[in-house]
Design a protein. Structure first.
Length: 242
C-alpha cells in the first residue's frame, strides 16, 4: 500500500495503545529504505561520520544554562540534536546559515556557538523572539550581528522572494517549522524555485513525526536519516543538489 493512502486509513482507525511508557511519545511508522526516492550520496555519508565524531566532544552547557526548566535538552545526546548541529557546523564551517523556526532560540544558540568568524545565522519565525514564553534568547545575542531574526512566513512565496538573495547564498538550512502538514509542503515548493549558487545542506527536524513522514519520504534529493545521532523524533540531512 502506498504511504498516503496508508496514512489516511490509519487516521480513521482511532488512537492505538502505545506499547510502552515514555516522557513523550509520538505516532510514527516504518518503511522500506531501498525504494526511498532519495538515496544518500558520498557527501552525506562523509559529513555524517565526521559530524558525529565532532559532536562527541561538544559541550552545550552554556546553552543549557539558559533554560529554566528540565531536562536540559542541549546537553542530551544522542536523543536531542543540539550537539549534532554543532558538529555539522564545525565540519562545514558555513558562512551563511538559515534557520526556519526560532521558537525559544535553543537551536539558534547552539549553532551560533559553532559559527566561524564572520558568519551569520538568520532565523525566521512569524513571531518575534521576545513574544515567546520561555525564550532563551537575550537582546545581547543579536548585538554582534552574527545572529538576526527575520519575521516572515517562508511558506509564502512573496516572503521567500523578498529574501531570495539570502536563500541563494545559504550554506546550511535548519528546518524546524510547525509540522502542521501544510507549511512544509509550501516551503519545499518555494525552495524548489530558488536559484541556489551552491548545493546547500538541509537539516530537517522531526522527520519521524506523523505529519512529517510523507514530507520526508517525498524528498527526491540525496538524503540521510540520522535520527540515531540526532533528535529522537527524527533528524534528516538533505544534499540540496540542482
Amino acid at each position: 500500500m502506498k504511504l498516503r493512502p496508508l496514512l489516511d486509513r490509519i487516521k480513521h482507525m482511532g488512537k492505538p495503545q502505545f506499547p510502552f511508557a515514555a516522557r513523550h511519545v509520538e505516532y510514527s511508522t516504518i518503511a522500506s529504505a531501498d525504494d526511498n526516492p532519495g538515496q544518500p550520496d558520498k557527501f552525506l555519508f562523509d559529513l555524517a561520520l565526521k559530524s558525529v565524531q565532532r559532536a562527541r566532544e561538544i559541550s552545550m552547557a552554556s546553552v543549557s544554562a539558559r533554560m529554566t526548566s528540565t531536562p536540559h535538552y542541549p546537553d542530551v545526546w544522542p536523543g536531542e540534536h543540539y550537539k549534532l548541529l554543532g558538529g555539522i557546523l564545525d565540519e562545514l564551517q558555513p558562512m551563511t546559515v538559515v534557520e526556519i523556526g526560532t521558537f525559544t532560540g535553543l537551536s539558534a544558540l547552539a549553532m551560533c556557538e559553532h559559527l566561524p568568524a564572520g558568519a551569520q545565522l538568520s532565523t525566521f519565525d512569524i513571531f518575534p523572539w521576545q513574544s515567546i514564553s520561555g525564550t532563551c534568547l537575550k537582546s545581547e545575542d543579536f548585538a554582534s550581528g552574527a545572529l538576526k531574526q527575520i519575521i516572515g512566513d517562508v511558506g509564502d512565496p512573496n516572503v521567500m522572494d523578498q529574501h531570495a538573495e539570502l536563500f541563494r547564498q545559504a550554506d546550511v538550512f535548519f528546518v524546524d517549522g510547525p509540522k502542521d502538514g501544510v507549511f512544509e509542503h509550501k516551503f519545499l515548493e518555494n525552495l524548489s524555485r530558488v536559484a541556489f549558487t551552491k548545493a546547500p545542506l538541509m537539516i530537517f527536524d522531526d522527520i519521524r513525526v506523523w505529519n512529517m513522514l510523507a514530507i520526508w519520504r517525498g524528498i527526491q534529493k540525496p538524503k540521510l536519516d540520522l535520527t540515531s545521532f540526532g533528535h529522537w523524533s527524527g533528524t534528516g540531512l538533505v544534499h540540496w543538489m540542482a
